[in-house]
Ligand binder design. Structure first.
Ligand code: KG4
Ligand code: ZN
Length: 333
């Protein structure tokens, strides 16, 4: 079976994985840089690039070692091309280009959001297509239709903050460390009297999202009620997010005929959100698929999975392929 060595360096995780052409993960190594960014309350791009450069070769070697193979066993070298921090992306891309040059094997570059979607196909998971897909990460919140041939169509997105970004900003308001999502989740479990917050944009009539108003509502509430228990704010915020995500998904299912739902991105590591979607799945009678927990936040296995289909479709990368910071360029890669 052909093998992909995949690299992910779009933000603050230096990651490498070996994935076979059936999307089985042979190894998955993630070196988090969180400790270097935490004191700044967010990711510092220049630090991210430097740490990627220091770690990438070790992370790749560990991925090969864990898979029990060498460089000469790899058939395709892949890396994330964007969206992300340009300096950080360039380290992963340059590394893949160098391996491709030395070992004379093809290169594939992958879109990070698409990679998150493909995390739902790893390790034998077979979501029925066409699927409605909700991507909820630190940088993105959007709905996609994933057709039977795995082509993608975006049908809605946030008009301001991403869900993960809202978690991180609310965590900051509550003096919790970066990244805030897991801290909010842990605190929320302790709450018995969650604060009631607005459900922004829930009845907007389209499939877009807006989370900046919710974040501002939390800020004003905490300013006005300085003695409020943090856990009640965390739980109230999380409840509002859950309501919006589930209701919007329901609205999307009314508009588009699909066989299943997939959710992807770092925020679906949140167990309360997973539970809400499981409940929704039963009530609505639709299969809802999530990645295994370790493939929700940034990792290279999902990049490898996406690279398999790009490679099979002849979408090959080149030594002069550039990175991109925001959305995918419309021209073909
Ligand atoms: O997908 P990801 O690793 O990176 C991006 O592509 O953005 O997502 C990171 C985001 C962060 O905003 C983080 O706070 C959030 O995912 N996150 C969570 C949880 N774990 C990570 N949000 C809520 N609950 C969690 N357990
Ligand atoms: Zn991501």
């Amino acid at each position: 079976m052909a093998l992909v060595l995949a690299i992910e360096t779009s933000c603050d995780e230096t990651a490498a994985a070996v994935v076979d052409f059936d999307y089985n993960v042979l190894s998955n190594v993630v070196a988090s840089q969180v400790e270097y960014h935490q004191k700044f309350g967010g990711v510092v791009p220049e630090i991210a690039s430097r740490k990627h450069l220091e770690n990438i070769n070790f992370v790749v070697e560990e991925a090969l070692e864990k898979a029990g193979i060498g460089f000469s066993d790899i058939d395709v070298f892949a890396a994330t091309r964007g969206p992300g921090l340009i300096g950080a992306l360039l380290i992963g891309m340059a590394t893949a280009k160098a391996y491709s040059f030395v070992y004379k094997k093809p290169l594939v570059f992958v879109d990070h959001i698409e990679a998150h979607i493909w995390s739902n196909f790893l390790n034998g998971a077979k979501p029925e297509l066409p699927a409605l897909t909700l991507v909820i990460s630190g940088g993105h919140t959007s709905f996609y239709l994933v057709e039977k041939d795995k082509s993608l169509k975006m049908i809605g997105e946030t008009i301001d903050d991403a869900v993960g970004e809202a978690f991180d900003k609310v965590a900051k308001i509550l003096d919790l460390p970066y990244p805030g999502g897991p801290h909010i989740e842990r605190l929320a479990q302790k709450s018995t009297t969650p604060v009631e917050f607005v459900r922004p944009y829930i009845d907007s009539g389209d499939l877009n999202f807006s989370f900046s108003g919710l974040k501002t509502a939390v800020l004003y509430y905490v300013r006005k009620n300085p003695d409020v228990k943090k856990e009640d704010v965390a739980a109230g915020f999380q409840n509002a997010v859950i309501d919006v995500l589930v209701k919007k998904t329901m609205q999307a299912l009314e508009k588009f005929e699909v066989k299943s739902v997939m959710v992807a991105g770092g925020v679906i590591a949140n167990r309360a959100i997973r539970k809400a979607f499981e409940k929704f799945s039963k009530e609505f009678g639709v299969n809802v698929n999530f990645p295994q927990i370790e493939y929700c936040t940034d990792n290279a296995a999902m990049v490898g999975a996406r690279a398999v289909d790009s490679f099979n479709a002849g979408q090959i990368g080149y030594f002069d392929t550039p990175a991109y910071s925001t959305s995918r360029p419309s021209r073909a890669i």
